[in-house]
Design a protein around this ligand. Structure first.
Ligand code: 3PG
Length: 308
């Protein structure tokens, strides 16, 4: 019997992406299975029981899911951030975990500007807002999304700088971006800051009161990274003390209702993570994930492996 590759996505891919994934999986000689919009964890646990390959998005793949999948050899996160997968449990079970870096980064970068324009036009409330041209944008982490943000910002005529200790200055300079050396400088020198750090032990709750308070007058923080990197209490305190500040995020913080009520017109949250929710990004990331899962099960190719 052919090995099974399961796509398990609570937030479904576009139909064209699903069709393309199915084609790749079947052409490679595997069985294709699909679990979309599942309402309970049990449905996921049941579906993974016979899967050798698993393709997911932000779906939580914890110890329990891994224990329920005795056949599983490879998990591909169709996207960039893999903080939703318990890497330790996967490694202990001998499962390869991969992501698909860069495949959905333009979609996320475009959303940054959708939300930033909305913020500077006062959430389209009919009052006079401001423009992005000649304003300063700081990019917090210069990976694939950050680089796309820089490219688009240049089109708006913005002054762009970035902080990323893991990225050589030369890469920024070639992109017309000024390298910044400290997080304090990034926040104090830029009216707008766009967050692109992953959620790790080091970054969780790392952006809060102190950094928000450093933003110049009229500052906007745009978060299309992860809600976990924000210290939500500190954010609320800064918004309270500085009525000129705004926060726009993909996706909702835990205290979204409180923030929306207290700071109406100055905060905006997408109801679901929308950054990578375009048909182009779904096709790019979904098809790449399908190719990677099939390749791993065929001959062990693991170029985008993220665990040991
Ligand atoms: C990513 O890490 O690639 C993005 O956050 C997209 O997540 P999603 O696939 O759940 O939309």
């Amino acid at each position: 019997m052919a090995k099974k590759i399961l796509v398990a996505t609570e937030k479904p891919f576009a139909r064209e992406a699903v069709d393309g994934i199915a084609r790749i999986v079947e052409d490679a000689g595997f069985e294709f299975a699909l679990l979309e919009k599942y309402g309970s964890k049990q449905e996921l646990l049941d579906a993974v029981a016979t899967a050798s390959g698993l393709i997911v998005r932000s779906d939580i793949i914890d110890k329990e899911v891994i224990a329920a999948a005795p056949e599983l050899k490879v998990i591909v996160r169709a996207g960039a951030g893999y903080d939703n997968i318990d890497l330790e449990a996967a490694t202990a079970a001998g499962i390869c975990v991969e992501n698909t870096p860069g495949q959905n980064s333009n979609a996320v970068a475009e959303l940054v500007f959708g939300m930033l324009v909305m913020a500077v036009r006062n959430m389209f409330d009919g009052t006079s807002g401001s423009e992005l041209k000649e304003k300063s944008l700081g990019i917090h982490a210069f990976g694939q999304v950050g680089r796309n943000v820089a490219r688009i910002a240049k089109g708006f005529g913005m002054e762009v700088s970035a902080l990323d200790p893991y990225c050589p200055d030369q890469v920024m300079v070639e992109a017309g971006v000024a390298p910044v050396k400290s997080v304090d400088d990034l926040y104090s020198q830029n009216k707008f800051v766009s967050l692109h750090i992953p959620a790790t032990d080091e970054t969780r709750k790392s952006v809060g009161y102190d950094l928000m308070m450093k933003l110049p007058h009229g500052g906007v923080l745009i978060n299309t990274a992860r809600k976990e990197v924000i210290d939500e209490e500190g954010l609320a305190r800064a918004l309270d003390e500085r009525p000129d500040l705004k926060y726009v995020a993909d996706v909702k913080p835990a205290n979204a209702d409180e923030l929306s009520e207290r700071f109406a017109g100055r905060v905006f949250f997408t109801p679901k993570k929308m950054g990578a929710q375009t048909s182009e990004a779904n096709i790019n990331a979904g098809l790449a994930a399908a190719r990677q899962a099939a390749a791993f099960l065929t001959d062990g190719t693991d170029r985008f492996r993220v665990n040991k």
